[in-house]
Design a binder for this molecule. Sequence first.
Ligand code: BDR
Ligand code: CA
Length: 310
Amino acid sequence: MTRKIIIDTDPGQDDAIAILLALASPNDIDVLGITAVAGNVPLPLTQRNVRVVCELAGRPDMTVCAGCDAPMQRPLVTAEHVHGTTGLDGPEMIAPTMPLSDQHAVDFIIETAREQDGITLCPLGPLTNIATALERAPEIADKIDEIILMGGAYFEVGNITPAAEFNIYVDPEAADIVFRSGIKLTVLPLDTTHKVLATAERTAAIRAIGGPVAETVAAWTEFFERFDTEKYGSAGAPLHDPCVIAYLLKPDLFSGRQCNVQVEVSSPLTLGMTVADWWHITDHPRNAFFCGDVDANGFFDLLTERLARL
Ligand code: BDR
Ligand code: CA
C-alpha cells in the first residue's frame, strides 16, 4: 500500500537525506507536499533548502509551502553550529528555480487532511506547523492516520540542553499539543537515531553509487558529522530524520514500545524534555510508540539501495 504523506521539515542535511529517501521510494510513499518550518535555520533558508533538495532529486514539480517562522510562544533557537549557516553547508548547492507555493504550510496541511483520507504526517523539525494546524482545525485529528516524527530522547537525554532534544526544545508548546492530540504517534528519538551513524565505510558505499545525488549525500554527512564526532566521539553523522522515512518503508528495522510520553513545558531546567514512561510506572495513557532500537546495517542497506534509484 502506498502511504500518502506530508513531510514537515527544517533542512538540515539529515532532513535533506530524509526527503531524498522518500522521493526515491514512489512505489511505497506518495509525497503530497513538503512544508518548511523554522528550526535548524530560519524559514527563508529552510523553504529554500527544501526546493534545493527537490531539484536535486529531479522533482521540481513538488508542492513546497513555507510555514511558521517562529515557535508558538517563544523566540526561535537555531542550530547553525551543527548544520552551518545555510543549513545545508558542505557541498556547493545550486540556487533553486522551482516555485514556492503561495499557500501557507498550515493551510496546506489542513486542506490536505480534509481532502484526503488517512494521510501520514512526517515532522522532521520543530512541531510548530503541525500544532498550529491542529489548533486551527482540531477536526483534522480524526482524518490523520499517523504522525511519525523525529524528536525527543529518553535514555540518551539531550543534544541542545542536558535534558532536551532540539526539535522538541525549540517549540515545546507545539510538541505538547501533538503529544496530547490523540493521533496515533510514532517517535524516533535520539535513543534510536544516535545508533544510525554514517561511518566512513557506509559513506563510501553511498559515494560508490556515483552521480550528483550520492556525491552530495556523502559530502553532507562528512560536513555535519563534525558536531557529533567532537561532542560524543561518534563514528560518523547520526542520520536522525531519515529514520522517519525508513520507519515508513521498513518498520521491522525498528523496535520500541507503546508508552506514555509527555513534554515538559514549564521548568527552565528541563524545558522540552520528553518524559517517556518506558517502564509503565504510571497508568497514564500510552500515547506514543517510542522507538528504542534500530538495525543500523539494515537502515544503511535500505538507504544506499534507494539513493541509487535517483
Ligand atoms: C534533530 O535536530 C536537527 O538538528 C536535526 O535535523 C534533527 O531533526 C536532531 O535532534
Ligand atoms: Ca530536522
